[in-house]
Ligand binder design. Structure first.
Ligand code: S6P
Ligand code: ZN
Length: 191
């Protein structure tokens, strides 16, 4: 008889999003070089010797496994490169599936877009749960002064397509202008 997969628990520290049983995946500025709109500002920061940690992801399943749900936390630090707030890379899923995020700390904007050119932007704060339907690329942006922390859940076999976003960019940028958070069109976006 086939052995069933063993149930398990993890411990999420809701004050900082860390999960003690899991080693996080870290994403620094150097990993997002081609994603920020002001490349000169990125190069200036890196060449001054700074390479800030932009976000960490703790995920229960690595590698991805069919039939399972992957889940874990994302901790996106506050900060900006020039006028643009820190964000996650953003991706489509290879195998289209929905995804749920619940935010429990911080303030942000969730950016979504389809390959048809539809876009959506959702404000985020502690208590916001967002459903991302299949087909929507997604990125979160931290527009607050503290970490933006969420817990996510999606099909563990979905896989990630980062290359589409690397090629097109996101249709919208989230920037600070005149001390206000603004969502503007990305002049370099192309489908
Ligand atoms: C995975 C899920 C999250 C992200 C994480 C970082 O489908 O959406 O775990 O991986 O928020 O974002 P990104 O775009 O770097 O994977
Ligand atoms: Zn995803």
């Amino acid at each position: 008889m086939a052995k069933y997969f063993n149930p398990f628990t993890i411990s999420v520290d809701y004050s900082n999003g860390k999960i003690s049983e899991i080693a996080p995946i870290q994403c620094h500025l150097v990993d997002l070089k081609s994603h920020f709109s002001d490349r000169k500002a990125v190069e200036k920061t890196l060449s001054s010797g700074l390479n800030p940690l932009i976000y960490e992801v703790y995920e229960a399943f690595q590698p991805f496994m069919s039939g399972h749900l992957n889940f874990g936390t994302t901790i996106l630090n506050p900060g900006k490169i020039a006028k643009e707030y820190f964000f996650t890379k953003g991706h489509h899923h290879v195998r289209d599936c929905g995804e749920i995020y619940t935010f429990f700390k911080g303030k942000g904007i969730f950016l979504l877009q389809t390959k048809n050119g539809e876009t959506a932007e959702m404000p985020l704060k502690a208590g916001t749960t967002i459903y991302v339907p299949p087909g929507w690329a997604h990125r979160m942006v931290n527009v607050g002064k503290e970490e933006l922390i969420s817990i996510f859940c999606y099909d563990a076999a979905a896989g990630h397509d980062y290359s589409s976003i690397e090629r097109t960019g996101f249709a919208k940028l989230v920037v600070e202008r005149n001390r206000k958070t603004q969502i503007i069109d990305n002049p370099n976006f192309s489908i």
